[in-house]
Design a protein around this ligand. Structure first.
Ligand code: ABU
Length: 495
């Protein structure tokens, strides 16, 4: 079976048996990767610097074909050097884990290889997308059927939000662009995701028209400052049209207060978008959904199941309360694709609502895992993540080499400094201390990656020197992994 020969031996022109042997070998390798991902004694990664990695890999696409056995080796090579993002000690990104049902969904999706743009070629997937959007709509608390799409990432979902808000208030911009328009201004917090700013550039509003509202010590937008800034903008004859709040900021995990900002949006007639890309999963928990109290008052919401809910990348949902707006914004009526005289109800063709043409099937793996867990299973999963985050926080409080960045965090982002003994006696307000502390996390991070034992992200924020941000969103993580993280950082960070 090792002698599979070349590409022409497998389907569509070769035989089914050779195809089975070839794919079985790839599946066997994937099963080893899955096993290793869940094995704590396996490394998370085998780090190589890019120039060194290039030396050990054979990446060239040659003129002549390579044998299928070599193609299998290529698959093995990729998995050998892949970062095991589902490893229980991977705390680096908001998206973590390797949910097996979601994986099955992704395999089925790949096997059925289709495009979401029409019901014609993706009938079940389009019905499933509508089902998932409606499920999320109910959790948000909107009473009427809404509109929505799965998109390639939260940044694109936020882009849809700005586009929808602009179109709602200024539909003429679809034809005229911003020609002869006043300055259209949107407000978001200093700690919101950078995709908000990028959306303003993509849509031609300009970065200067994004006003960054100050946050409090917990990283939450300050509604009084927001109102002041709206009024200042009006005095300058600008046209405020939108506020973007964050439910779970990227670094601190802060939840902006939705109710008072929704009041301001009603008062000044502004579109309210809530970027719950990260925090959205908490809506599945009765204990934590109140973090987003008032989200039902939003005009639109971003919610990424590939983050807290642990769906495989990628799965980002944009939901919008006003039905029809996505089609109005984006409709181009390509007659080769969206014929209106098809023999079925063409409202099930979703393609003309999007900014894409081809759209990957992201929804199946989300739906499949949700079915497998049920709402009850997801609620348990969410509560467990918060429980583990709390354990980490409590441990940090009692360990003398750590300092907490954000007291009483609301989300499963736990931010902290490791303070080596040599720095512990220094004046914490001195520049020298801050400069030295700033260098600690990158050094420890390098050691983690070279060892392959642990991955935790770090960053500076405002005037704070580099600190670790541990994200708890992996269903594989247990108490022992939280303790390991802190022990390992102490080990790697010793003076
Ligand atoms: N929204 C991008 C996620 C960034 C992170 O994983 O930290």
């Amino acid at each position: 079976s090792d002698n599979l020969g070349y590409y022409e031996n497998i389907l569509p022109n070769g035989d089914y048996e050779t195809t089975c042997q070839f794919l079985q070998k790839v599946v066997d390798l994937m099963m080893i990767h899955i096993k290793n991902t869940n094995n704590r004694s396996e490394k998370i990664l085998r780090f190589q610097h890019p120039e060194d990695l290039k030396q050990v890999l054979d990446l060239e696409i040659k003129k002549e074909p390579v044998e299928l056995s070599k193609i299998i080796d290529d698959c093995e090579m990729v998995m050998n050097y892949a970062v095991k993002t589902g490893h229980p000690r991977f705390f680096n990104q908001l998206s973590q884990g390797l949910d097996i049902v979601s994986l099955a969904g992704e395999w089925v999706t790949a096997t059925t290889n289709t495009n979401m743009f029409t019901y014609e070629i993706a009938p079940v997937y389009n019905l499933i997308e509508m089902t998932v959007i409606d499920k999320m709509r109910i959790l948000i608390g909107w009473n009427e059927p809404c509109d929505g799409l799965l998109n390639p990432g939260g940044s694109i979902s936020n882009l849809y939000a700005v586009q929808a808000a602009k179109h709602f208030f200024f539909p003429q911009t679809k034809l005229n662009g911003l020609f002869k328009m006043p300055k259209l201004v949107l407000f978001t917090s200093e700690h919101s995701h950078y995709s908000v700013h990028r959306a303003a550039t993509i849509l031609g509003l300009g970065l200067n028209q994004v006003k960054n509202v100050p946050v409090d010590e917990k990283g939450k937008i300050i509604p009084e400052k927001l109102e002041f800034m709206i009024q200042e903008s009006l005095k300058l004859n600008e046209v405020p049209f939108m506020v973007i709040l964050t439910a779970g900021t990227t670094v601190l995990g802060a939840f902006d207060p939705i109710e008072p900002v929704a009041d301001l949006c009603s008062k000044y007639n502004l579109w309210l978008h809530v970027d719950a890309a990260w925090g959205g999963g908490a809506l599945l928990s009765r204990k934590y959904r109140n973090l987003m109290k008032g989200i039902d008052r939003a005009d639109s919401v971003t919610w990424n199941p590939h983050k807290l809910m642990g769906a495989l990348l990628q799965a980002s949902v944009f939901l919008v309360k006003k039905k029809g707006i996505l089609l109005n914004c984006n409709e181009m009526n390509a007659t080769y694709l969206f014929q209106q005289d098809k023999h079925y109800d063409v409202c099930y063709d979703t393609g003309d609502k999007t900014i894409q043409c081809g759209r990957h099937v992201d929804v199946f793996k989300v739906w499949l895992m949700w079915r497998a867990k049920g709402d009850e299973g997801f609620e348990k999963q969410m509560d467990r993540l918060f429980e583990l985050a709390n354990l980490l926080y409590e441990q940090l409080k009692i360990r003398q080499n750590y300092e907490i960045v954000l007291e009483n965090p609301e989300m499963t982002n736990i931010c902290f400094w490791y303070v080596p003994i040599s720095l512990q006696k220094m004046d914490k307000n001195s520049n020298e201390y801050k400069q030295k502390l700033h260098q600690v996390a990158p050094k420890i991070k390098e050691k983690m990656m070279v060892n392959g034992s642990l991955m935790v992200g770090y960053q500076p924020l405002d005037d704070k020197p580099n600190f670790f941000r541990a994200i708890i969103s992996n269903a594989a993580t247990k108490e022992e992994d939280i303790l390991f993280m802190l022990d390992e950082i102490e080990k790697l960070g010793k003076d």
